[in-house]
Design a protein around this ligand. Structure first.
Ligand SMILES: [Zn+2]
Length: 365
């Protein structure tokens, strides 16, 4: 029995290797010589120059399967959650419904990436899949609850996520929790412990201002205090040396009425400390442009409400349907972070970038 298990495991590893490798690479499972087609022994090949035996560097484009219709100029959803609780409401998702959302995303070919990777265009999503960004505002207690025995409550957001990950390990645990004020996750005394545990689990902490501020009538000083004070508060607790709290979800999606103050959402100074946000998230209400599209603005990223209650026609499930019917508008990864692959027609919208642009025509059906 044990032996059979071992053989099965070995088989699975081999399959994983086959799937995981770029498909044009010769694969050497036995650890010995790579098996190649037997052209060397062909009697018609008289001689082979030395240089030919040196393998050429593989063009990463070769690994891109165009049948998967990669389109890295398509749109990406940044989902906005708030609470996980027993009763479904406008801003509350039950654990069961949250689990259903994850399952639906998973089966629909969506895979989470971090907000930072999204905003900076570092798309590492496996080819053929669509990146999705998951965010929670307010960092309420129901997002991360620790039970008396020290385990994570399976009914809180992180509990549901961890359980889901156990059965779906290829669904990355990338979620950002936006915290406001001095008691993230409902913890005043244990806030530091909770914040660090969330980061150790691989999740991210973002800024939701010190006092859940409405910036509409705020002054330059107000804005810098609200953002800077929360950066100082969070970063002073985080043990990981180089961890920066440099993404913000604007409470109420509010921005200063005075346009000249907008720059302080991006950069500012508070008590001698300079802050700079690399992503600023709004509240509504549609999928985002690709980070490779010149219409994308990391400092004004729209979000989609992950709810089924009073969402009008702009909730997560509406857009899942939309992309089902308009697959050509959906971001589909090529699996190569250094290459931007898209069908012809998108080139006029591509940002200036160091990445390689790979345009193609859709294969004949
Ligand atoms: Zn909020």
């Amino acid at each position: 029995m044990k032996n059979r298990m071992y053989n099965m495991l070995l088989g699975m590893v081999a399959v994983l290797l086959l799937v995981g490798c770029q498909k044009y690479m010769p694969i050497d499972l036995a650890g010995g010589e790579v098996v190649k087609p037997d052209i060397d022994s062909d009697e018609f090949v008289v001689e082979k120059p030395e240089a030919e035996s040196v393998p050429l560097p593989l063009d990463p484009k070769e690994a891109i399967d165009l049948n998967l219709k990669p389109n890295e100029m398509g749109k990406i959803m940044v989902l906005m959650y708030h609470n996980i609780g027993e009763e479904e409401a406008d801003w509350v998702r039950t654990p069961e419904n949250f689990q259903k959302d994850l399952e639906t995303l998973y089966l629909g070919g969506y895979r989470p990436i971090s907000l930072t990777d999204f905003a900076t265009g570092n798309i590492t999503t496996e080819q053929g899949y669509t990146p999705v960004v998951i965010t929670f505002d307010d960092a309420n207690e129901n997002n991360f609850r620790i039970l008396e025995d020290g385990t994570v409550d399976p009914q809180c957001a992180i509990g549901v996520l961890l359980d889901f990950h156990k059965t779906h390990p290829d669904f990355p645990m990338e979620v950002t929790f936006f915290a406001d004020g001095p008691s993230a996750f409902g913890a005043s005394r244990d806030e530091e412990e909770k914040i660090n545990r969330v980061i150790e689990l691989g999740f991210d902490i973002g800024n939701h201002t010190w006092g859940h501020a409405n910036f509409k009538q705020a002054s330059a000083e107000d804005i810098q205090r609200e953002i800077g004070k929360q950066v100082l508060h969070l970063e002073s607790m985080i043990h990981l040396d180089h961890y920066r709290v440099n993404t913000i979800a604007l409470p109420y999606g509010s921005r200063p009425a005075d346009d000249s103050l907008m720059e302080y959402l991006h950069k500012g100074t508070y008590e001698g400390m300079a802050y700079e946000n690399l992503a600023i998230l709004n509240v509504g209400s549609h999928p985002s442009s690709s980070p490779f599209d010149m219409r994308f603005d990391a400092l004004s990223i729209p979000r989609v409400r992950a709810s089924e209650m009073n969402v009008g026609s702009v909730g997560m499930y509406n857009f899942l349907d939309y992309f089902e019917n308009h697959p050509e508008e959906r971001f589909i990864s090529d699996g190569q972070p250094q290459i931007i692959t898209a069908p012809y027609g998108w080139e006029e919208f591509v940002i200036e970038t160091d990445k390689e642009l790979y345009l193609y025509s859709f294969p004949e059906e």
